[in-house]
Design a protein around this ligand. Structure first.
Ligand SMILES: [Zn+2]
Length: 124
């Protein structure tokens, strides 16, 4: 028995990876001060950020800063689903396994995909 699976990338290809990252943004209630003036004219710790000046924003898809190189390709075939994963490295010591949907051939295409995925709830 044999099967044919098409994969986008080959060993040695340079790829850009997109990752989902939690972000902190300036607290909108106290505008990043950490304190608010209430009706009695006194300063209080901001009730929204509890004085930390930032709040956790919706995680965003962003393009990783460094290009990766494809070192190995793994194709997993299940009854309902085929997944293609790549071992990708940034240097000789560390590699990570990344799903094909999170790799793009150029930074520009990766940025466009992040934009599209960020418009949905959790991308993909
Ligand atoms: Zn605040």
């Amino acid at each position: 028995m044999s099967c044919t699976v098409e994969h986008k990338y080959f060993i040695g290809n340079k790829v850009c990876r997109i990752i989902r990252r939690g972000m902190e943004i300036k607290c909108p209630s106290c505008e990043g001060v950490g304190e608010v003036v209430l009706l009695d004219g006194q300063l209080y710790k901001c009730p929204k950020c509890l004085g930390s000046k930032v709040i956790e924003a919706q995680p965003q898809w962003i393009v990783e800063g460094v290009e990766r190189t494809v070192d190995k390709i793994e194709i997993i075939i299940c009854p309902k689903h085929t997944s293609i994963q790549y071992h990708t490295s940034m240097c000789t010591r560390h590699y990570e396994i990344v799903d094909e949907r999170r790799l793009l051939p150029t930074r520009k295409l990766a940025q466009e995909k992040c934009k599209r995925w960020n418009l949905k709830d959790n991308g993909e």
